[in-house]
Design a protein around this ligand. Sequence first.
Ligand code: 8ID
Ligand code: ZN
Ligand code: ZN
Length: 380
Amino acid sequence: MLRLLSIAPRTCSYRATAAPAFNAARFRFQSTYTIPQTQKAVVFETNGGPLEYRDIPVPKAKPNEILVNIKYSGVCHTDLHAWKGDWDLATKLPLVGGHEGAGVVVGLGENVVGWKLGDYAGVKWLNGSCMSCELCEEGHESNCGDADLSGYTHDGTFQQYCTADAIQAAKIPQGTDLAEVAPILCAGITVYKALKEASLKQGQWVAISGAGGGLGTLAVQYAKAMGFRVLAIDGGSDKGQLVKSLGAEEYIDFTTVPDVPKTAIEISGGGPHAVINVSVSPQAMQQSTEFVRKTGTVVLVGLPAGASINASVFETVAKCVTIKGSYVGNRADTREAIDFFVRGLVKSPIKIAGLSELPKIFQEMEAGNILGRYVVDTSY
Ligand code: 8ID
Ligand code: ZN
Ligand code: ZN
């Protein structure tokens, strides 16, 4: 059951590159940290059960892990799926969700190399894989059969201290705003990889379906930075305004435009060369197979529970359309996606709330009311 809370975001408008919300210098040169025995976390015991903001023990880092003092965590729609348990993949229970965490390394397992106390680290969805199967060997670590997932099979970032595999944890340069970088650790990596999967050329049209949400607002910006023309699709004039301010050239409001496929084809002069589907709407995904340009690519990213799409074989063959899935990204995608952010090519459209306000954020997300991304501050 969701508890009703009124969210009092610390910032009401979207932050661009504001000053870090906490004193970054405090963390920089510290060589030891006092780790408390207990910490605040949001925990659920059963899928769909109460989301409890309470004290739990601080986890201990295994030999291959770092302990990260999470300062901020993005709230991804996947966290809502995990809480509801609506996918055909079991979560661990009880579970601390969250997989867009940014914080400071405060503990090192005995086998860890390449990290030191005080480093900034990102905790992302893929928290470990076997590293020796064919998929891992070829850089498809997220498809590994032994993948460990933060906030799903491994307690995640909706807590103040989180363990993370030292190989998969993301390096974040010192001085980076930890609130703003947080959404890059899932949303950013995922859409950047999906755009690469779309095999677009500079100057071609890409439609982002679900453009006003967490993944979508970043997809619009990565697409622009990569040299593509963006046709954004979502619902409502506020989302339209936001995506246009982030670089979308055109916007289709699916709540008012009667024929989305026809309009998409008209605007892009024959259909977008690729469609990145980051909505949670099976209908929108279905439509994208109809309006994608001949020889174009439909990339499925959003994961509506139990959904399938039904593509016409004749149309798919005659138009030479590619329909493919894209699932987060590997370590190289992570490094590159963070680099775009650090260089200022993409900004995080975030609102900050307290970790204790997560139930209300889930409620707003379910209703499709969130513009961009909520990031929770683990200190309240
Ligand atoms: O690796 C992956 N494939 C991956 C990684 C991360 C997230 C997949 N995901 C999945 C999530 O599990 C979720 O199913 O991507 C989906 C979107 O995640 P999100 O961006 O975190 O969700 P959001 O912020 O709620 O945004 C969804 C947007 O879709 C719009 C909503 O208005 C919202 O802005 N939308 C909907 I729902 N129906 C639409 C429609 N018919 C639509 N936009 C256009 N047309
Ligand atoms: Zn995610
Ligand atoms: Zn593997």
